[in-house]
Design a protein around this ligand. Structure first.
Ligand code: HEC
Length: 144
């Protein structure tokens, strides 16, 4: 290594490093933009799923639940609840309708939302859709 670490060497490392990492950042950004459409399950985005997302938002489900890791940690992760309930939207609907179930020791309870049949089917379709996004197997286990 050179005995003399000159200002110009320092400057070249600074500029060279900046350019290198900026180009790397651009390459990774383009790679991500190319990869997301193959994984986001957008073909399955029906009107019903869109309505389900609105039901999800209007009732603040995320205030208690997480979805694919984002959200609150009061209640179970719902990104894979469709699989957890045996690949059944009917089971999800039945669950939501039957709440609240209280008095089970150590178990929190979910309120009743009085959703219409259309809203129930839509929110269940939304959870099915979310479960079919290619997340590289996130959540890592069936419990969420
Ligand atoms: C006030 C907090 C709260 C809100 C808001 C909430 N939940 Fe829940 N949810 C819970 C709790 C607590 C449980 C687990 C306990 C139980 O059995 O009730 C649960 C369980 C569930 C389960 C079953 C998960 C499993 O693996 O057992 C589903 C499905 C679900 N909720 C859907 C929804 C949907 C859809 C919404 C919005 C319409 C919603 N939740 C809003 C608290 C909430």
């Amino acid at each position: 290594m050179s005995e003399v670490f000159t200002k110009s060497i320092a400057r070249n490392i600074y500029y060279g490093g900046s350019v290198f990492f900026f180009l790397l950042f651009l390459a990774l950004t383009f790679d991500t933009l190319g990869a997301i459409p193959k994984r986001d399950n957008h073909e399955a985005l029906t009107e019903q799923v869109v309505l389900g997302k609105k039901v999800w938002e209007n009732n603040d489900c995320i205030g208690c639940h997480s979805l694919l890791g984002e959200g609150a940690y009061f209640a179970p992760e719902l990104g894979n609840v469709y699989q957890r309930f045996g690949n059944s939207t009917d089971a999800i609907i039945g669950f939501i309708k039957s709440r609240p179930v209280e008095g089970i020791p150590g178990r929190r309870s979910m309120p009743q939302f009085d959703l219409s049949d259309e809203e129930l089917e839509a929110v269940a379709a939304f959870l099915k859709y979310a479960s079919e996004i290619n997340t590289e197997n996130w959540p890592p286990n069936i419990q969420g």
